[in-house]
Design a protein around this ligand. Structure first.
Ligand code: GUN
Length: 293
């Protein structure tokens, strides 16, 4: 069993991106600028956004954060998106999800200029991704592809089971794993909370990507000997053992599943660290106008 070290690969990517930004700076080019919009005081969102801003600083990017309270109106947020669309210094921006109930997330996402949609959530990016055209690929699936690539994990012709059908992870992941590329070229099965015979499906998979948000859902008797297991789960479980008062728990029962795997990602420090770096790479691509000019 080989542990997929997301922290190490993320550190490597970080170095590569920082070097490129330094080169841009030396040549007097456009310094990448990522803007973030954060609504309310959700603990998870606060942490994610703080990490994104900190990573920008470490990479030499410019970053800016715009905050709103929970009672912000949809129109105010749409105005904010419009301002960011027009701001020529901002290369890419994200509106951290989830948003309060009274705001339509879809409406906000569709208001973002797809050329600045470094989250890859806009239908133009999702559509282009699904037909294999250059686009911003959403960060978690892009991070997983990067891990498969850097560990040179074989994917061609393999049976990949994706557990979960969210717009952010499950759906794009399934789409990417079936593309005629590496990593990809898989036979993909998507399972979700309503799937029957889930255990049978998983038992036949060469690669399992679990993105359900159900702690320790995937058990040893659902996994074939030699399978590759990618765990996207990050549920905060109360814990007295850590300073923060919680412990990140994956969707895989790691202790019993890992001995059966050829490769597996741990939680934390598997997929997690890759997600932010993928967002940063998208921002760099946006600054360089590599995808859309
Ligand atoms: N909420 C959870 N994950 C994400 C993400 O990747 N981007 C944004 N904008 N919000 C999220």
């Amino acid at each position: 069993m080989q542990l997929i070290d997301g922290r190490a690969i993320a550190a490597l990517m970080k170095k590569e991106i920082a070097e490129e930004v330094l080169q841009i700076r030396l040549e007097g080019g456009k310094i990448p600028h990522l803007a973030a919009v954060l609504v309310g005081h959700n603990g998870g969102s606060e942490t994610y956004v703080a990490n994104k801003v900190r990573t920008c600083e470490e990479l030499g990017f410019k970053s800016s954060l715009t905050r709103y309270e929970d009672d912000v109106t949809e129109d105010e947020l749409l105005d904010c998106v419009e301002r960011m669309n027009r701001d020529e210094d901002i290369d890419g921006f994200i509106v951290q999800l989830p948003l309060p109930q009274h705001v339509s997330e879809q409406k906000i996402i569709e208001a973002i200029d797809y050329r600045k949609d470094v989250d890859g959530f806009h239908p133009v990016n999702v559509g282009r991704m699904s037909i294999g055209l250059p686009c911003f690929v959403s960060a978690t699936p892009a991070g997983i592809l990067e891990l498969l690539k850097r560990y040179e994990i074989e994917t061609k012709g393999k049976h990949c089971v994706v557990l979960g059908r969210s717009n952010i992870v499950g759906k794009p992941m399934a789409m990417l794993m079936m593309q005629k590329t590496y990593p990809g070229d898989c036979t993909v099965t998507v399972c979700h909370s309503r799937s029957e015979n889930l255990k049978d499906m998983c038992s036949r998979a060469d690669i399992i990507i679990v993105a359900l948000g159900v702690p320790e859902f995937l058990k040893a008797d659902m996994v074939k000997e030699g399978a590759v297991v990618i765990d996207v789960g990050t549920t905060r479980m109360p814990s007295s053992a850590s300073k923060s008062g919680y412990k990140l728990t994956g969707d895989v029962k790691f202790d019993e599943v890992s001995p059966k795997c050829s490769y597996i990602t741990p939680v934390p420090f598997g997929v997690g660290p890759m997600t932010i770096l993928s967002l940063m790479r998208n921002t760099l691509l946006a600054a360089k106008k590599s995808i859309y000019s």
